[in-house]
Design a protein around this ligand. Structure first.
Ligand code: BES
Ligand code: ZN
Ligand code: ZN
Length: 487
């Protein structure tokens, strides 16, 4: 999909179809040329509601306000509404929120995110036919816009949304086609394309690094595990950030086998690791002036005679012993070792991990929201704020001492599950905190993306399947840090 920017007013642009966003039900706006027809068609201008006037070659879509979240969703829904039509080119005006170009960027993101479909396994493809979107600098509130600033927002939006779609593609790929070695190859190929360093650790090195809990989870699978380390290291970077992702290419639950209904969609248990890959791609393409490291634990959790078991005691890389009481709480075991390895390799100013870690997070905050945990409220709030600025939903969940006691073990340093059914997202986060060094205690946030990572009923700018949760929020946060880097 190509974007072209022009100073020409909308009337002078030729395109197959015009997209008009009706903001706050304002049908009196001069962009709305078909008020009577729209009323006749019963178009009530609600958020995401669309009305295609075929004879006029105009598509109207509602948005509650000029806020970036509303415009992003509207643009995504506009492009979805055009799927199946023969239109190949679009023209659209510029929308900003009182001159704030976040809204403009959001519109571009919405077009790219909304046009995504995963059709690898369909014999008959039904891709979106839109090839070209021409954007007029004619602005909704008649503001004059700086063409260079606007062009930069298009560039950033394309990188961010393409990285999100890249993540979606990895997550949507089936477990038989995307296992740890494949994830490593995808990372290597992407790194080569965008100029990142990529180091892959295979079982021999993983044993050498004493990543025994990760190896135990991987043991029953015919697919050997990998740890992927991607590096973006520009000269004179003053800020360092480490990202860690859970990359369970399949989570059957292991011997504590998941019920059949719960196993479906567990190809999405690699969403955290896939998000880290997408974020690293964007970081390289945006050429951010900060140092960013991405670590991914790519593992498959299966059953078999060689499987790790409830009652085992495993020793993590940092020497802590873990009593296993449920092999389905495997993500925290993989992350324990990868977090230790990441902290050994790089001392960072921020450490973030992304994981589809618990069903409890979904119960606590719903399907649309990621939960953000950690020891430092400021870091947690930073993530939540940038998530919201990026169009993702996130909320902070607080640790407490009482829940911490529920992961105590009688026979080892810590247990891999809690002794209570409640607060499972938090106890999982507190388990991970056992593997955060003192020097990173206040620099770490854990982001549980189990809710939004996989979409079973399309919402917002997310079609069915992987959403790419985590990518946009972290790209926004890293852009913010990049702005501070120069000071
Ligand atoms: N991958 C799952 C968590 C999950 C559930 C992700 C639903 C996405 C949607 C994780 O490995 C898991 O199985 N967690 C268990 C933990 C329990 C055994 C303490 C869970 O949430 O039930
Ligand atoms: Zn599990
Ligand atoms: Zn899992």
């Amino acid at each position: 999909m190509n974007f072209e920017l022009t100073v020409l007013p909308l009337v002078e642009i030729s395109a197959d179809v015009e997209v008009v966003i009706v903001v706050d039900k304002n049908l009196k706006h001069n962009f709305v040329q078909d008020k009577k027809l729209l009323k006749k068609a019963g178009f009530s201008c609600g958020q995401d509601e669309t009305c295609l006037l075929v004879e006029k070659n105009r598509l109207y879509v509602g948005a509650t306000s000029l806020k970036s979240t509303d415009i992003r969703r509207a643009a995504a829904n506009a492009i979805k509404a055009l799927k199946g039509t023969k239109y190949k080119t679009i023209k659209v005006a510029s929308y900003t929120n009182k001159g704030c170009t976040y809204t403009f960027r959001a519109m571009i993101e919405g077009f790219i995110l909304g046009s995504y479909s995963f059709e690898t396994y369909k014999s008959k493809k039904n891709k979106n036919k839109i090839k070209e979107i021409t954007i007029s600098l004619e602005e909704y509130s008649e503001r004059s816009l700086d063409i260079e600033k606007i062009a930069e927002q298009i560039h950033k939006a394309q990188i961010t949304a393409d990285a999100t779609n890249f993540t979606r593609d990895i997550v949507n790929t089936t477990p038989d086609d995307c296992y740890p070695d494949v994830m490593a190859s995808i990372a290597e190929g992407m790194a080569e394309d965008v100029g990142l360093k990529c180091n892959i650790l295979k079982p021999k090195q993983l044993r050498k690094e004493k990543m025994e809990t990760l190896l135990a989870v991987a043991r029953a699978s015919r697919h050997k595990p990998r740890v992927i380390h991607l590096t973006h290291k520009p000269k004179n970077a003053k800020i360092k950030v480490t990202l860690v992702g859970k990359g369970l290419t399949y989570d059957s639950g292991g011997l504590s086998l998941k019920p059949a209904d719960y196993m479906v969609t567990m190809k999405s248990d690699k969403s955290g690791g896939s998000a880290v890959m997408g974020i690293m791609k964007a970081v390289a393409e945006l050429d951010l002036p900060i140092e960013v490291h991405g670590f991914i634990g790519a593992v498959e959790n299966m059953i078999g005679g060689d499987a790790y078991k409830p009652d085992d005691v495993l020793v993590a890389k940092n020497g802590k012993t873990i009593e296993i009481r449920n092999t389905d709480a495997e993500g925290r075991l993989v992350l324990a070792d990868v977090l230790c390895y990441a902290q050994q390799e790089v001392q960072s100013d921020y450490l973030f991990d992304f994981a589809t870690l618990t069903g409890a997070s979904v119960v606590a905050v719903g399907h649309y929201t990621s939960s953000v945990m950690g020891n430092n409220k400021e870091v947690q709030n930073f993530v939540v704020k940038e998530a919201q600025n990026s169009g993702e939903l996130a909320t902070a969940l607080d640790f407490n001492d009482y829940l911490k006691k529920t992961i105590k073990s009688e026979i080892a340093d810590v247990c891999n599950i809690s002794n209570t059914r409640y607060g499972g997202a938090i106890t999982a986060g507190q388990f991970l905190s056992e593997f955060i060094d003192k020097k990173h205690t206040d620099k770490w946030a854990h982001i549980d993306i189990a809710g939004p990572a996989f979409v079973e009923h399309a919402w917002g700018e997310n079609p069915f399947g992987a959403s790419g949760a985590g990518v946009r929020m972290m790209v926004k946060l890293l852009e913010k840090l990049s702005a501070q880097n120069t000071h």
